[in-house]
Design a protein around this ligand. Structure first.
Ligand code: SAM
Length: 281
């Protein structure tokens, strides 16, 4: 690093950036001019998350476009992607199409998609996927439209299932949702980067953090196909209450966890009987 590069490292370190050297390297490679570099360092020193300054976050080996004010995809959510990809591959193997026939595309729905990281990663991880993603925040939707592009990506703005095309009802094989799940009373303990630069609607899950999760679970049987799965990230502490919400909706449940990524995912499956009960109202 040159002397001017070390000045950047020192500015970042003084602002509390723990990985100042790595961040400096990323900022140096992203800036096209010295003025742009100076502006980027200033934004980072002012507390913007590095990913919002760079304009992208690394997720499952992809560069996900992230604009200022949009939730930054977390590495722990890669575990949810892995679990969903395993289920899709498991579903795909027994019914290998006969010669001349093409396997139908897996229908994946990503609710509360934010920048679209989960949908984009699943589209990249599985052979033939059709991804439908929704978010209530217009800034997130603008990012997601770039990260989950047409023709097989479709991104809609609105409340949970409301903007999805009616034709998807009963056809969704994988329904993923990384909903806001921080209990309202714990928002104040989040790092300042999240509190100040990610929207409250992306973080606040209500009194016990499970308000949005319960709504997603309640709506799932209407959209899942028989045998389809719902996967939602929670904390380990929330998992039993989340499972109870899945069971109330007629889904069978299990919990998967990763110590490495500090990640917990509640996985539900709509059985044929659950689908029949839901169709019967
Ligand atoms: C924790 S962030 C997760 C974003 C993305 N899934 C990810 O993992 O990077 C939650 C997202 O849910 C969205 N959201 C919150 N309430 C919503 C609702 N009722 N309908 C649709 N999206 C909602 C927020 O705008 C935010 O983008």
């Amino acid at each position: 690093m040159s002397v001017s590069d070390s000045v950047i490292v020192n500015r970042l370190r003084a602002a509390g950036c723990v990985f100042a050297e790595d961040e400096a390297r990323l900022l140096l490679s992203a800036a096209r001019t010295p003025d742009e570099l100076d502006a980027m360092v200033a934004r980072r020193v002012a507390g913007l998350p590095l990913e919002q300054v760079l304009g992208w976050a690394e997720f499952c080996g992809l560069r996900i476009i992230v604009a200022p004010g949009v939730f930054v995809p977390r590495r722990r959510t890669e575990f949810l992607v892995r679990q969903a990809a395993l289920l899709i591959r498991g579903d795909a193997s027994p019914g290998t199409p006969r010669e001349g026939m093409t396997r139908p595309r897996d229908v994946i729905v990503d609710l509360c998609c934010g920048a679209g990281a989960i949908g984009a990663a699943l589209a990249a991880a599985v052979d033939r996927a059709e991804v439908h993603a929704t978010d209530i925040d217009p800034a997130a939707v603008r990012c997601a439209r770039r990260n989950v592009p047409a023709p097989w990506g479709h991104v809609y703005q609105g409340d949970l299932y409301e903007p999805l095309p009616a034709g998807l009802r009963g056809r969704v094989g994988i329904l993923v949702a990384n909903v806001p799940y921080v209990p309202s009373g714990e928002i104040r303990f989040l790092p300042p980067e999240a509190r100040a630069h990610e929207p409250r609607v992306a973080l606040d899950g209500g009194p016990d953090g499970l308000d949005v999760l319960r709504r997603v679970a309640a709506g799932a049987p209407e959209w899942l196909k028989p045998g389809g799965h719902l996967l939602i990230e929670t904390t380990e502490r929330q998992a039993p209450s989340a499972q109870a919400a899945f069971v109330t909706s007629g889904l069978t449940t299990r919990v998967a966890g990763s110590d490495d990524l500090d990640a917990t995912v509640v996985i539900g499956r709509l059985t044929v009987r659950g689908a029949r009960d839901s169709a019967g109202g």
